[in-house]
Write a protein that binds this ligand. Structure first.
Ligand SMILES: O=C(O)CCC(=O)C(=O)O
Length: 373
């Protein structure tokens, strides 16, 4: 059967868009095991995005205690209100996004950040999940809430204890965590393209997310092009490492989203520059410092994640560790006397690699970490 010319063209456009979206993003590779050595050698040291083996973080307490299966929607989760309500008075940061009426070009009319008790957010998700699964048509939602960038250090300590720092984080970097944040919402959720000034271990606690990543240079190009485009229309000017209101609404949101999730132009001559990862509860993704990423909560029900922004070893410490390793290896080939002398050398080199070393070489160790928002 022949289609009308217009309908054929629109089908062709959709097919082309789908094809280009599918083919432009390669899958993030999965590490062969979750050991600290493999993580360090194949992801952390070469600054390469990588997925930990599926379910690696399945045992995290938060994953088991904060969420439970939805009784109404197969495969969806909900918040475990009976556990979390004990901390209902805790103030948490929320993002409120309001949808625009359908006759507007922007799909989001306003974006606000506020603080409200956790109990309010629990009630909001419960209400929305109930009306989404009810057979009666739901009333138009007044807006969407996203519990975004809630610092674990600001949560009551039992909740913080449900998110112990993974060994990979303490073993691979300087051993300290810059910041840990949780992100909980009802799918769909959306975080625009940005980059983090520290390495990021991103772990999915509930529901599903899709992450798209760009190399530092391609991401910077995409961001610049979007800024230029909306700058011409009088908008933009935000920072890519700040979760600012400008990237969550209006022209910047629309153009950024189209560039990353639609038929953006970044791919020309840039094979392999865009990566994609699909995360489910228990999965973990390493996002190296400076890699650009945009994240969508997909599917149905509650989606929850936690990220650990941790510090990379500074160059001096990296060099000292390499020298110390070589020094110890050399010991094995020496006689007792020379070995004792060599051992003293090794000890002083190893001291240099300690984070709080008083060695003058270390005073320069203050990292190039920038603040997160
Ligand atoms: O999960 C999200 O929506 C955002 C997380 C994020 O931006 C990050 O980990 O850098």
């Amino acid at each position: 059967m022949l289609r009308s010319g217009r309908s054929f063209i629109s089908h062709y456009k959709i097919a082309r868009q789908l094809y280009s979206t599918i083919s432009r993003f390669s899958h993030v590779e999965t590490l062969r095991d979750g050991s600290a050595d493999t993580f360090r050698q194949q992801a952390f040291a070469p600054a390469k995005p990588a997925l930990l083996p599926r379910d690696h973080f399945r045992e995290l307490s938060a994953l088991k205690k904060w969420f439970e299966p939805s009784p109404n929607i197969l495969t969806a989760c909900q918040l475990n209100a009976s556990y979390l309500s004990s901390y209902g008075e805790t103030l948490v940061p929320l993002e409120l996004t309001r949808d625009n009426p359908s006759n507007s070009t922007d799909d989001v009319s306003s974006f606000e950040q506020l603080h409200a008790p956790l109990s309010f957010f629990i009630e909001w998700t419960r209400h929305h999940q109930r009306s989404a699964s009810a057979s009666t048509p739901p009333t138009a939602p007044a807006g969407r809430l996203y519990l975004a960038q809630a610092r674990v250090s600001d949560l009551p300590s039992p909740l913080g204890a449900d998110l112990p720092t993974p060994a990979l984080v303490t073993l691979a970097g300087k051993g300290d965590v810059y910041d840990t944040n949780v992100w909980i919402g009802l799918a769909p959720t959306y975080t625009p393209l940005h980059r983090d000034p520290n390495p990021n271990l991103f772990v999915q606690l509930a529901g599903r997310k899709t992450v798209r990543l760009f190399t530092p240079d391609v991401g910077a190009d995409v961001f610049r092009r979007v800024q230029a485009r909306i700058g011409a229309a009088g908008g933009g000017g935000g920072s890519a490492s700040m979760r600012g209101a400008e990237m969550m609404q209006g022209a910047e949101r629309r153009v950024l989203e189209a560039e990353v999730w639609g038929s953006g132009e970044w791919e020309e001559g840039r094979a392999g520059a865009g990566l994609e990862a699909h995360l489910e509860a228990g999965d973990g993704l390493f996002i190296p410092k400076g890699w650009w990423h945009s994240i969508k909560g997909v599917g149905e029900g509650v989606t929850g994640s936690v990220n650990w922004w941790f510090r990379a070893l500074d160059t001096k410490r990296k060099q000292a560790l390499t020298r110390a390793t070589a020094c110890v290896a050399g010991l094995l080939t020496l006689g007792a006397h020379s070995a004792a002398t060599r051992l003293r050398d090794c000890a002083s080199i190893a001291a240099m690699s300690q984070p709080n070393s008083k060695n003058p070489e270390q005073s320069e160790a203050a990292s190039n970490d920038e603040p997160h928002t």
